[in-house]
Design a protein around this ligand. Structure first.
Ligand SMILES: NC(=O)c1ccc[n+]([C@@H]2O[C@H](COP(=O)([O-])OP(=O)(O)OC[C@H]3O[C@@H](n4cnc5c(N)ncnc54)[C@H](OP(=O)(O)O)[C@@H]3O)[C@@H](O)[C@H]2O)c1
Length: 300
């Protein structure tokens, strides 16, 4: 298969390329900055098409020419998730491409409505627009939180505790709440396995879920302690209701264009409410899942 990876210069993009090479696919890259490609990836590419900006139609059409599948792994900001992806989808239509992996690898936002959470609105809008107007049925992938951001997205980053004897993190509701997580290499392996699915090959698209594992705040802190030798303590931020009040207060006093400044509270809130727990998991004994120890060790 000739696979176009859009955003190949990014954090996930490199892992996607490695997983594609491992399966003997031919890989083409599309991006603005070929210089940020790792040399060992650049050397194995069929070609790299340089993009001036995300709406550079000439470059996008050139990149889609002769391609069997597009994997879009652009940065997670609304104009790329919606505007850029729609431009890519239209180019894929013109090129007769049937397989389009949408820039997702998120918590399962199919369980949410437009407006529930700013960070997923562009994804929901893209999916609906594709459904209403495109002959292509994209693939959407759900993996929970990336292991590489486990501390940032599940709790506030570990900070020094008051007497300097260790670290502490904040949690809400219960330290036993479960969190789905996946490492980027595992997410890339999962993506390439999904491309081998018969329905996906025929252009049926669909939603697929996978995780490296699930953890609780308690297990995460214990693992941090084992890996680093530094004790991690919990600070309870409050109850689910208190978290909800805090999230809504930040939302009501902030500019929605600056939603990243308060998104962390909403991330916690929907996690605490168990809105987006993964279900119907992709069953793949072939993927050697990253362990929590490995994920924490890679971070510290
Ligand atoms: N579940 C999670 O915890 C989690 C966390 C983060 C991301 N994700 C998902 O993972 C995927 C990839 O994320 P990532 O962290 O790998 O992204 P990233 O490294 O931040 O960016 C990926 C690529 O986007 C391109 N890009 C950035 N700004 C652009 C612009 N204005 N115009 C055109 N291209 C631009 C860049 O390529 P060039 O500079 O070469 O153009 C970059 O290499 C996204 O779908 C995101 O939803 C999930």
């Amino acid at each position: 298969m000739l696979i176009l990876i859009v955003g190949i210069t990014g954090a996930l993009g490199g892992h996607l390329a490695e997983s594609a090479f491992a399966r003997k696919h031919t890989v083409r890259g599309l991006g603005r900055s070929p210089k940020s490609l790792a040399p060992n990836i650049a050397a194995r590419l069929e070609s790299f098409v340089e993009l001036q900006s995300y709406d550079d139609r000439t470059a996008i059409d050139k990149a889609c020419c002769g391609v069997d599948a597009v994997i879009c792994a652009l940065r997670s900001v609304p104009e790329l998730e919606l505007d850029a992806q729609l431009l890519l989808l239209r180019a894929a239509e013109r090129a007769g491409i049937k397989i389009f992996v949408s820039s997702t690898w998120n918590n399962d936002w199919t369980k949410m409505r437009l407006g529930d959470f700013e960070h997923y609105d562009a994804h929901i809008s893209f999916r609906r627009q594709a459904e209403l107007s495109s002959p292509i049925s994209p693939v959407y992938l759900f993996v929970g939180v990336f292991a590489e951001y486990l501390f940032e997205f599940t709790c506030f980053p570990p900070r020094d505790n008051e007497d300097g004897s260790g670290k502490e993190i904040t949690y809400w509701d219960s330290p036993h709440m479960k969190i789905d997580w996946t490492s980027m290499p595992d997410a890339a392996e999962f993506t390439l396995e999904v491309l081998d699915d018969e329905g996906v090959k025929q252009g049926n698209g669909g939603c697929f879920s996978f995780r490296s594992g699930e953890t609780t705040v308690q297990e995460l802190a214990d693992t941090y302690g084992r890996v680093t030798g530094v004790k991690m303590e919990f600070v309870r931020g409050g109850s689910e209701d208190e978290l909800e009040a805090l999230a809504l207060k930040h939302r009501s006093t902030s500019d929605v264009k600056d939603y990243f400044s308060y998104a962390i509270y909403l991330f916690h809130l929907f996690t605490v409410k168990r809105v987006w727990r993964l279900e119907n998991l992709w069953d793949s004994p072939k993927i050697q899942r990253t362990t929590l120890e490995e994920a924490v060790a890679a971070k510290v």
